[in-house]
Write a protein that binds this ligand. Structure first.
Ligand code: NAD
Length: 482
């Protein structure tokens, strides 16, 4: 149990939640509770929003220059790097990730703060030629207080992805981590105070979505919301924001296709395809969960993939296998029900990964599963499983590949594997996605690269300079100096 686990970090200090209720912290590798977090409510969110408001309007945070904010972010990046093993250990226990993956997440967290620390004073406005005798300047201003509602799949990385650009742009922040994985956010709040973030710049309140999360999105003192999670809750968030006339970014997952043509370099493609779906046990918004294969190489590719899939090891963080358990018993049951339904509908299982016989009995483990050929209208071809399940869909030609790639409600990430330069460009333009990779894949990679979707994948952009635009608003100043 982490020291501060029953308390929220508000206004630069730890506070008992106003509710006496708690939520268990469960280790997904064993299914056992190892601590508690506060099940906070509306009054705790009120307090956090007030602290952020004060920091932004009157406190030390609001008076910092962009350069000073950037320095603080950079200092935090250094502190994360210096404490990376501890942060990775907290994250691995809370989410079940292999230690190697949790360490990579801690490195990505540091990189987010490094990138936005450097970007803070390079996020310029512009001047616009206008009428004679007039000067027009367009400046970027922070929204004010931003609310951040996080998922459980990459809690530490997400802390960086959403908070670093918001802080670099000058906002004061209130973050509600997912109730199933809040430990790293609490530790990182303490670390932010240690490196000198002024009181109220970063506030962390734990609790459930329907209570603490809804209170944050609907709070009249919140000026913008950044949400990552399910499409269903994304719709709720957008409606809550609309009620008080603010906007939000929604990052809601995907059913991302990898499209493999007959001329692709399969030696390069196969390990990338496998990693893109087993990474984080498939609990990745940008997981490559659909494999579209040109019919003429279907059998050859399936043979290689089945071999690679059968070698995937599932284990606890300490075993440092290829992937860990699913986050909760509920999510495990959901993923397993997709697998069971596909099997009972007669879709062939081409390969499955290995569950170590020494795995703890209570852990939420699921064997990575390769399905093919999947009928195009089947649930595992269209719906987000959010587990290590890859669906193979054969296609006939380029036009068929594009139609199939675009045949879900999602549009987040896509990959095209071909050596044909013309085809690379044609598909890059015609496939619907916020990020499109050619002969590579970047599930979650690239802090510098704008990222986000459309349709059921959500809207708005994170990462890169695009996130700074979303976390700010322009003000156009027109001066008549005649
Ligand atoms: P969820 O959408 O319920 O939870 C995400 C976050 O939203 C959590 O912090 C939660 O507390 C909060 N939340 C829930 N209800 C809320 C409400 N009414 N108002 C405000 N906040 C609320 O996701 P989940 O139940 O944890 O997972 C379900 C599915 O969501 C998964 O199977 C997966 O498909 C998807 N998911 C996607 C991502 C992603 O990265 N895009 C991450 C996690 C889950």
């Amino acid at each position: 149990m982490t020291e501060a686990s029953m308390r929220n970090f508000i206004g630069g200090d730890w506070h008992e939640a106003k509710t006496a209720d708690s939520l268990p912290m469960i280790d997904p590798s064993t299914g056992e509770a190892y601590g508690e977090i506060a099940d906070s409510g509306e009054r705790d969110i009120d307090r956090a929003v007030a602290a952020a408001r004060q920091a932004f309007d009157e406190g030390a945070w609001g008076r910092l220059t962009a350069t000073e904010r950037g320095r603080l972010l950079t200092r935090f990046a250094d502190a994360v790097a210096a404490n990376a093993d501890e942060i990775a250990g907290i994250e691995a226990r809370d989410t079940g990730k292999p230690m190697r993956v949790a360490r990579a997440d801690a490195a990505a967290l540091a990189r987010y703060f490094e990138f936005y620390g450097g970007a803070a004073d390079k996020f310029h406005g512009e001047t616009i030629p206008y009428l004679d005798g007039h000067h027009v300047a367009v400046i970027n201003e922070p929204h004010g207080v931003t609310g951040h509602i996080l998922p459980w799949n990459y809690p530490a990385q997400m802390f960086g992805r959403t908070l670093a650009p918001a802080l670099a742009a000058g906002n004061a922040t209130v973050l509600k981590p997912a109730e199933d994985a809040s430990a790293s956010a609490l530790r990182l709040a303490a670390l932010a105070a240690e490196v000198g973030f002024p009181a109220g710049a970063i506030n962390v309140v734990t609790g459930r979505g329907a209570t603490a999360g809804a209170a944050l999105a609907s709070h009249p003192g919140v000026d913008f919301v950044s949400f990552t999670g399910s499409p269903e809750v994304g719709q709720i968030i957008q409606k809550l924001c609309a009620d008080h006339y603010i906007t939000c970014t929604l990052e809601l997952g995907g059913k991302s296709p990898q499209i493999v043509f007959a001329d692709a370099d399969l030696n390069r493609a196969v390990p990338v395809i496998v990693n893109a779906i087993v990474q984080n046990s498939g609990q990745t918004c940008s997981a490559g969960s659909r494999l579209l294969v040109e019919r003429s190489i279907h059998d050859a590719l399936v043979e290689r993939l089945a071999d690679a899939f059968a070698r995937v090891r599932v284990g606890t963080p300490a075993m440092d296998a290829d992937c860990g358990p699913i986050i909760t018993a509920k999510q495990q049951a959901r993923v397993q029900s997709f697998i069971d339904r596909a099997r009972s509908d007669g879709i062939p299982v081409l390969a499955q990964g290995r569950l170590d016989p020494a795995l703890p009995a209570g852990g939420f483990f699921v064997a990575p599963t390769l399905f093919g050929a999947v009928p195009r209208d089947h649930a595992i071809a269209r719906e987000e499983v959010f587990g290590p399940v890859l669906s193979i869909l054969p296609f006939d030609d380029e036009a068929d590949a594009v139609a199939l790639a675009n045949a879900t409600d999602y549009a987040l990430v896509a990959a095209v594997w071909t050596r044909d330069g013309g085809r690379q460009m044609r598909l890059a333009k015609r496939v619907r996605a916020g990020q499109l990779f050619v002969n590579c894949y970047g599930a979650g990679a690239g802090i510098e690269l704008p990222f986000g979707g459309s349709g059921k994948s959500g809207h708005g952009r994170e990462k890169g300079f695009a996130a700074l635009h979303d976390f700010s608003k322009t003000k156009t100043i027109v001066i008549d100096h005649r």
